[in-house]
Design a protein around this ligand. Structure first.
Ligand code: C2E
Ligand code: MG
Ligand code: MG
Ligand code: MG
Length: 283
């Protein structure tokens, strides 16, 4: 009996693996076809100074509208783009697109000269020796000053490529481009890497903000992160603020910056320009 059950489970497992492999392959095929990027677009989510509600910058988040499959979220195609190396081409497109968009907002006087754009960069993309040259080219081409560009990387991106990461981080900081650790608190339990890999901003992962009101432990952890950032001369940004209570709590903790659905969902360039000029939509 048990044996046949085991066999059944194996078959179910094998079937699930087969289906997943097919899905991945289909996604990879679609990605390869999509490399002219006509179906891709960037959405933007405002980053807010929590005390004043002022929008100081925006994070670029990629969206893929597939002609038959519909909207595919980045969590479904970024990992496959990373595994297949397509992320290199895609990452270059994203950086170019984000910088051109910022340039256009600057030209239309929609944003002030300090307004920045924050771009997610994959580990593989970041650790390539060509990366810094690519950034230089894009900044020159779009006429964006390095101070207006921020790069978001994860702790894993640094830790998996320690030697090349150190060099890239050095080169990037020499250019006055700010680096942010994305999803801070979810990657490595050791904080010692912050000594060897100095960054400018920590982005507290959404999961901590989600539990902020529920458990005293979450509150202490967020408090500790804010304190660490302060002591090390880093900036801190809370991700995933969804309620007024969270906003109030973060202000009490002296967290300077944040972003989240409470302020705005990620929106297309036109809608976000409207938010920047006219404030947030009343809910
Ligand atoms: P991330 O960089 O940590 O981006 C934040 C994610 O949280 C975004 O999901 C955003 O829509 C979502 N979010 C923002 N505020 C809230 C909130 O208040 N509540 C909740 N529940 N969610 C919120 P999205 O756009 O689906 O992106 C998911 C992840 O995909 C990103 O996480 C990032 O790791 C990756 N990604 C997105 N765009 C790019 C890109 O252009 N390049 C690369 N390499 N990765 C990207
Ligand atoms: Mg991010
Ligand atoms: Mg994040
Ligand atoms: Mg992330």
């Amino acid at each position: 009996k048990a044996k046949s059950l085991g066999k059944n489970q194996y078959q179910i497992f094998a079937q699930a693996m087969y289906e997943e492999a097919c899905q991945r392959l289909q996604m990879e095929t679609e990605l390869r076809k999509g490399m002219q990027f006509s179906g891709f677009t960037l959405h933007y989510q405002p980053i807010i100074e929590l005390n004043t509600g002022k929008i100081v910058g925006t994070e670029a988040l990629i969206r893929w509208y597939h002609p038959t499959l519909g909207l595919i979220p980045p969590a479904e195609f970024i990992p496959i783009a990373e595994e297949t190396g397509l992320i290199i081409q895609m990452g270059e497109w994203i950086l170019k697109q984000a910088c051109s968009q910022l340039r256009s907002w600057q030209e239309q006087k929609i944003v002030d000269p300090y307004f920045y754009i924050s771009v997610n960069v994959s580990a593989y993309q970041f650790s390539r020796p060509q990366f810094v040259q690519q950034i230089d080219d894009i900044l020159a081409e779009t006429q964006i000053s390095p101070q207006c560009l921020r790069l978001e990387i994860t702790e894993t991106a640094i830790m998996d490529n320690t030697s090349s990461a150190a060099m890239v981080i050095d080169n990037i900081r020499q250019r006055n481009i700010q680096l942010s650790i994305d999803d801070f608190g979810t990657g490595y339990s050791s904080l010692s890497y912050l000594h060897s890999f100095p960054v400018d901003n920590l982005k507290i992962d959404r999961s901590f903000i989600e539990r902020l009101q529920d458990t005293p432990a979450s509150l202490s952890m967020v408090q500790a992160m804010i304190q660490i950032a302060k002591n090390m001369g880093m900036n801190i940004i809370a991700e995933g603020i969804e309620t007024n209570e969270q906003w109030e709590q973060l202000k009490l903790l002296n967290c300077p910056f944040g972003q989240g659905f409470l302020f705005s969902q990620p929106l297309d360039a036109e809608k976000i320009a409207d938010v920047i000029m006219n404030g947030f939509q009343k809910k």
